[in-house]
Design a protein around this ligand. Structure first.
Ligand code: AHR
Length: 552
């Protein structure tokens, strides 16, 4: 970000005292305004919007999550302790597993029973970086040490609900039914219930898994199907699944980003069986990644990516811009869904989202699709979560890709080294939105100018979301401007504030990140502030802020 005069900003940093903004009465000169319309509720923010995604890819499972019971790395039943503890702190609500494209070639029966007897299989992802990855790596050959029981134990330890993605491409519907039976049939009923109890981390008690993905990216790695073909497969897979008293929530493999044809094709074909068929579809799983594009948009998923750490002003804003598309594409997919499912039984689930940078910053070659995570990624996380909050009436779940050591991770881990990324702190700050009532906000702020392909382009100045839980109001705000602070008047409708607590994630620049040597380089600062009446708040440049406001 060479053209940014960071020094200029730091020169005036006394005003914001190490990133903590000043608060004053509304008589101060301001350049921005946030109106919180407390009496205009949007909907309850589903906790699952703050969900996660775990795939057998690179070092997500092995090393990231699973270290083994005999490891010197602190663990619960073989699962990395620091990871579990950190997930509990952010109230992780749901985890999707085992993929991703891996799910489309995975036989769940390989990952149950005695760990020592489980088969070793070729991992679908092995070719992504074949030259440098050691041949005996778990990134290339899946040992199946971590399977269904281990994943459920991970969920139980963290308090998250499991969301299992079934293999629709290479296994029959029968295998899916049997996985449901393995997980949910009560003790003493089926052979699969007995097998569940006997395997490693065996459990007589059923797992009661509600969320089931019916395939993954069935337009691509999940079968190269047409929307018509997939609608038929979806209907067949979900036709008569034994429930064992568990409310099964089937999630359809939705579109990639702006592929409206996929949504229209699927919904129109489904409707040929009558509109009641949509009662089978709990959620429509859209995937949307933000590449670090250079020179404007491209659909080329290899050449279109840029570096996680080295980016210029254009790439900085283009990545954020691409994340910001979520707002528009949620509205567009929702409108098409409503043309067929007129009462909107099915809601939107964004079950893969986040930044996807070019290879080069992964911790090790076997960390396939591993990447560093900067303050820019944190801004992408905050603006995305704010979008989901603002669409609380439409979005039921979202799963950032992926949990650890892969794409926009909350954590990086390598042996006994473990760190929280800037993105983790955004999830920590936003946890107070969970289960609260999203209320409408109006942001007015000068837009930011930059150049895309040498032509003028602009990005919003401030954005965010607000939610209310009784007298507690949470306002989260992203200021993407690399150098300018935004002095902002915050209007609370007719309400008054009694106390305000500010949490600010602020970094020297968009490239700032955490390393094992300096794991606390980017972390939030806290400041309780007494306030009443109207509020003026200075939002630091390149920052994510949470204001926890207690109303009178
Ligand atoms: O998250 C990485 C991959 O991205 C997933 O396996 C796939 O579903 C998507 O294309």
């Amino acid at each position: 970000m060479g053209d940014f005069t960071r020094r200029q900003f730091l020169g005036s940093a006394v005003l914001v005292t190490a990133g903590l903004p000043l608060l004053a009465r509304s008589s101060r000169a301001t350049d921005s305004k946030i109106e919180i319309l407390l009496n205009e509720p949007i909907g309850t923010i589903n906790p699952n919007i703050y969900g996660h995604f775990v795939e057998h890819l690179g070092a997500v499972v092995y090393d990231g999550i699973w270290v083994g019971e005999n490891s010197k790395i602190p663990n619960y039943f073989g699962i990395r302790k620091d990871l579990v503890d950190a997930l509990k702190r952010i109230k992780a609500p749901v985890i999707r597993y085992p993929g991703g494209c891996f799910a489309d070639s995975y036989d769940w029966r390989d990952g149950i029973g005695d760990q020592a007897k489980r088969p070793r299989r070729t991992n679908f992802w092995q070719d992504i970086n074949p030259k440098e990855v050691p041949a005996n790596s778990t990134s290339r050959f899946e040992p199946n040490t971590f399977g269904t029981n281990e994943f459920i134990k991970f969920c139980q330890l963290t308090g998250a609900e499991p969301y299992l993605a079934a293999n629709l491409r290479s296994l029959p519907a029968q295998a899916f039914n049997e996985w449901v039976e393995y997980c949910n049939s009560p003790a003493g009923t089926t052979t699969y219930a007995e097998m569940r109890a006997k395997g490693n981390l065996g459990s007589e008690k059923p797992f009661n898994v509600s969320f089931w993905g019916i395939g993954n990216e069935t337009w691509g790695c999940g079968g190269n199907l047409t929307p018509d073909e997939y609608a038929q497969e979806f209907r067949r897979f979900t036709a008569a699944v034994a429930t064992y008293g568990v409310p099964l929530k089937f999630i359809g493999a939705g579109a990639e980003s702006y592929d409206m044809n996929w949504t229209r094709g699927f919904f129109s074909k489904m409707k040929e069986k009558g509109e009641s068929i949509f009662s089978k579809l709990y959620g429509w799983g859209i995937h949307h990644y933000s590449w670090n594009v250079s020179g404007g948009r491209t659909t080329d998923w290899v050449k279109g990516k840029g570096d996680a750490l080295k980016f210029d002003r254009e790439q900085y804003f283009e990545l954020l811009n691409q994340g910001n598309d979520l707002d528009d594409l949620i509205k567009k997919h929702w409108a098409i869904m409503g043309e067929y499912d007129t009462t909107h039984r099915a809601k939107i689930i964004v079950d893969e989202w986040g930044s996807w940078h070019a290879p080069g910053t992964e911790l090790k070659p076997e960390h396939l699709l591993g990447q560093q995570n900067t303050m820019r990624d944190a801004l992408l996380a905050s603006l995305s979560l704010d979008i989901f909050n603002r669409h609380a009436d439409k979005v039921m779940m979202a799963n950032i890709a992926q949990l650890v050591n892969c794409l926009q991770s909350l954590f990086l881990a390598d042996g006994d080294k473990f760190l929280l990324t800037p993105t983790y702190y955004v999830f920590e700050m936003f946890a107070s939105h969970i289960g609260a009532e999203s209320v409408r906000t109006v942001f007015s702020s000068p837009s930011i100018q930059y150049e895309r392909n040498s032509k003028p382009a602009s990005f919003w100045g401030l954005q965010g979301s607000a939610s209310r839980n009784g007298k507690e109001l949470t306002l989260t705000v992203t200021n993407p401007h690399p150098t300018e602070m935004r002095s902002t008047e915050i209007l609370l409708d007719k309400a008054k504030s009694r106390a305000i607590h500010a949490t600010v994630l602020f970094a020297k620049d968009g490239q700032s990140h955490n390393t094992f040597e300096n794991p606390s380089n980017v972390r939030p600062s806290e400041k309780p502030i007494k306030a009443d009446g109207s509020i003026v708040f200075n939002f630091s440049p390149t920052s994510v802020t949470k204001l926890s406001i207690t109303l009178v």
